[in-house]
Design a protein around this ligand. Structure first.
Ligand SMILES: C[S@@+](CC[C@H](N)C(=O)[O-])C[C@H]1O[C@@H](n2cnc3c(N)ncnc32)[C@H](O)[C@@H]1O
Length: 284
């Protein structure tokens, strides 16, 4: 988490631009988010059949966290290629993996212009399908890069269910509602998650399995407070520029600490958005 990251300009591609950019706060947020999401992504990869020795393609690898998880699971006899359109996340991913992950290679490419040979055992991505203007085309391209009988697997977020707290914590619920609205403005594809099995079918991948989880937290030091606070810092200013209302934003200084204090004072259990994992074999 304490790596030196060089701030860089926003990088975008075709499709729905990745509107959060790749400057330092966003790359830092991706790494906190990755720590929160790792258990869910790992459960998906294991359920989808990841094994030692496999060859994996991680599309939209960002700062490299999913690629590292996959590399841990396929072991030294397997290999991972991580691709991303944006150079900035890739540079960080390379620095983070240069000594301990000889079996990961990173390459700057979009999924549609990546020159693979259709021999990957699994093509995986996390929080990438939601950014595609053409999710069916994206899944078709993923399937083309996967061997027959191999797996295409996606881990996405759904903003359909709001973050909740029990007993209710007013600050948690208020921030959760604001952020959900902001995500809907900045990520127009955020509703793809629950429709993903249909997109898989339309892409020629009809045998889907779908699992939905809530990420939850409680007690002192839970990383979920920092994730929500960092997500506010990154999303809300951009959401305000894009949103027509132009409403003033609430203050986010010390938000992680304030969220934690409020949750502890209420002895509450809190949850964020639904995590939707979908995977399917490529027909033989
Ligand atoms: C929210 S980040 C997720 C990063 C990483 N998967 C993770 O979970 O930490 C989405 C990343 O996908 C990349 N991306 C979006 N569409 C892409 C595409 N079609 N091909 C390659 N990269 C893409 C963006 O540049 C961005 O770095």
């Amino acid at each position: 988490m304490n790596q030196v990251i060089h701030p860089i300009a926003v990088a975008t591609g075709d499709g729905l631009d990745y509107r959060l950019g790749h400057a330092e706060p966003e790359l830092q947020r991706l790494m906190v988010q990755a720590a929160v999401l790792r258990p869910t992504t790992e459960r998906m990869l294991r359920s989808a059949g990841i094994e030692p020795g496999m060859r994996i393609l991680d599309v939209g690898c960002g700062a490299g966290d999913v690629a590292m998880l996959a590399a841990d699971l396929v072991g030294p006899t397997g290999s991972v290629v991580g691709i991303d359109r944006a150079a900035d996340g890739l540079a960080l991913a390379k620095r983070r993996t240069q000594y301990n992950y000889p079996n990961i290679a990173f390459q700057q490419a979009g999924l549609d212009d990546y020159a693979g040979h259709g021999d990957f055992d699994m093509v995986i991505c996390r929080y990438v399908l939601i950014h595609q203007a053409d999710p069916v085309g994206f899944l078709r391209a993923a399937a083309r890069l996967t061997r027959s009988g191999g797996i295409v697997a996606v881990h996405e977020i759904s903003t359909r269910y709001l973050p909740v707290s029990e007993p209710p914590v007013a600050l948690w619920d208020q921030i959760g509602l604001l952020l959900t609205k902001a995500i809907s403005v900045l990520v127009p594809g955020a509703d793809i998650a629950l429709r993903a099995p249909r997109a898989f079918r339309d892409a020629g991948l009809p045998q889907t399995t779908m699992v939905c989880e809530m990420v939850t937290g409680r007690g002192p030091g839970a990383l979920i407070y920092r994730w929500v606070a960092d997500t506010c810092q990154v999303f809300m200013p951009s959401a305000q520029k894009i949103a027509p209302s132009g409403q003033a934003l609430p203050g986010f200084d010390g938000l992680a600490e304030r969220l934690e204090a409020a949750v502890l004072a209420a002895d509450a259990q809190v949850a964020t958005w639904a995590q939707v994992c979908v995977w399917a074999p490529v027909p033989r």
